[in-house]
Write a protein that binds this ligand. Structure first.
Ligand SMILES: [Cu+2]
Length: 125
């Protein structure tokens, strides 16, 4: 009985450890963090100051290709607003990347070219 209990405790701890790894997210950080899960931005909008950049952080194993533009339902609409920093960056699973600096005030759209509907807005003041 004692042996069985020991095995149970071991298995429970093992399960907790594995789960922690799977949902551990990404502890990376940087200026103006924008988080992403498997197929969407979890930060949909961020307001920053002129001259600042944003830090894209992938909290999932999925890779993303982030570029200037947006999604109209499931139709990609690539477009860079005047003054937008040219963006075409691959952020692999659990890694991070920088977009910017945004040197012009305005509203700028970013989207993931892989995942329909994955889009966000950067507001520069
Ligand atoms: Cu994506």
């Amino acid at each position: 009985m004692k042996k069985l209990f020991g095995a149970f405790i071991f298995l429970s701890l093992f399960t907790v450890l594995i789960s922690a790894c799977a949902v551990g997210g990404n502890t990376a950080t940087g200026p103006n963090p924008v988080h992403m899960d498997s197929n969407s931005f979890t930060t949909l909008s961020i307001t920053i100051k002129k001259g600042e950049s944003i830090t894209l952080i992938s909290d999932d194993v999925q890779s993303h290709i982030i570029a200037n533009g947006t999604w109209d339902d499931s139709t990609p609409k690539p477009a860079a607003e005047p003054g937008a920093p040219k963006t075409n960056i691959t952020v692999g699973g659990f890694s991070s990347g920088k977009v910017g600096p945004f040197n012009t005030a305005g509203t700028f759209k970013l989207y993931c070219t892989i995942h329909p509907g994955m889009k966000m807005t950067v507001i520069v003041k």
